[in-house]
Ligand binder design. Structure first.
Ligand code: URA
Ligand code: SF4
Length: 219
């Protein structure tokens, strides 16, 4: 009989003894905590400095990230970089991670189409994310889209209702916000909608940039 999702041990079984970023990254390459390791090419672990003040969390690697082994290097990453540059947040200051570390996809002709990770897969992968948060201890967490927000804030979290809201003193960081996923902007059919959604993303990130600036100068 085929192995069911609940038969997989979750990422917990693959965590290294010493929790450091290099040890985590290496151990995550071997993760078989859920069935997605069979679908994605490789584990796409988070990237950034251990002392990054901001952690941004996406959903899962996309087609290009899956091939490159790095988060946010494709079209969604380009939007994120543009938006960060616009509000003056240095990408170097940001640790970028995904809630789920393997690319889940379905074939459509010769293309690989993004498939949404389910709640169990998100939970199975969460130990990696929790460990990254534990090591980096960011001042600020920004969840990009519902998957990341629900991974941290619970499955009832709705971006439509709570985007841009600031959550203080959470178990993950002193300051947490969720905003739209850059890919959701790319999927919009009209250029007017895309522009409006991009402006809304920039407006949310502007709030984060202000907070960071204020923390820097102690005001
Ligand atoms: N979308 C994500 O959520 N993460 C990536 O790394 C790329 C696209
Ligand atoms: Fe492990 Fe996460 Fe990949 Fe599943 S998606 S195999 S839990 S790294």
């Amino acid at each position: 009989m085929a192995k069911k999702l609940e038969d997989y041990p979750t990422a917990e079984a693959y965590l290294p003894e010493r929790i450091t970023l290099p040890a985590l990254r290496e151990a995550a390459q071997e993760c078989r905590g859920c069935p997605l390791y069979k679908i994605g090419t490789q584990t796409v672990f988070g990237e950034g400095k251990r002392d990054a003040r901001v952690m941004m969390i996406g959903e899962q690697p996309g087609d290009q990230e899956d091939k490159a082994g790095k988060p946010f290097v494709g079209p969604a990453g380009k939007i994120l970089n543009d938006a960060l540059a616009e509000v003056g947040i240095d990408r170097d200051e940001v640790y970028v991670a995904n809630a789920v570390k393997h690319f889940k996809w379905e074939p459509r002709g010769t293309r690989r189409i993004h498939a949404k990770p389910n709640a169990r897969e998100i939970q199975a992968c969460k130990p990696w994310l929790t460990a990254e948060l534990q090591v980096v201890k960011p001042q600020m967490v920004i969840c990009l889209g519902a998957t990341a927000a629900q991974a941290l804030m619970g499955k009832d979290f709705r971006i439509t209702k709570s985007r841009g809201e600031i959550f203080r003193d959470t178990q993950y960081a002193p300051w947490l916000m969720a905003t739209a996923h850059p890919s959701s902007i790319l999927r919009m059919p009209s250029s007017e909608d895309r522009e409006a959604a991009y402006r809304a993303l920039v407006a949310d990130l502007q709030v984060a940039a202000h907070e960071l600036g204020a923390a820097k100068t102690g005001r």
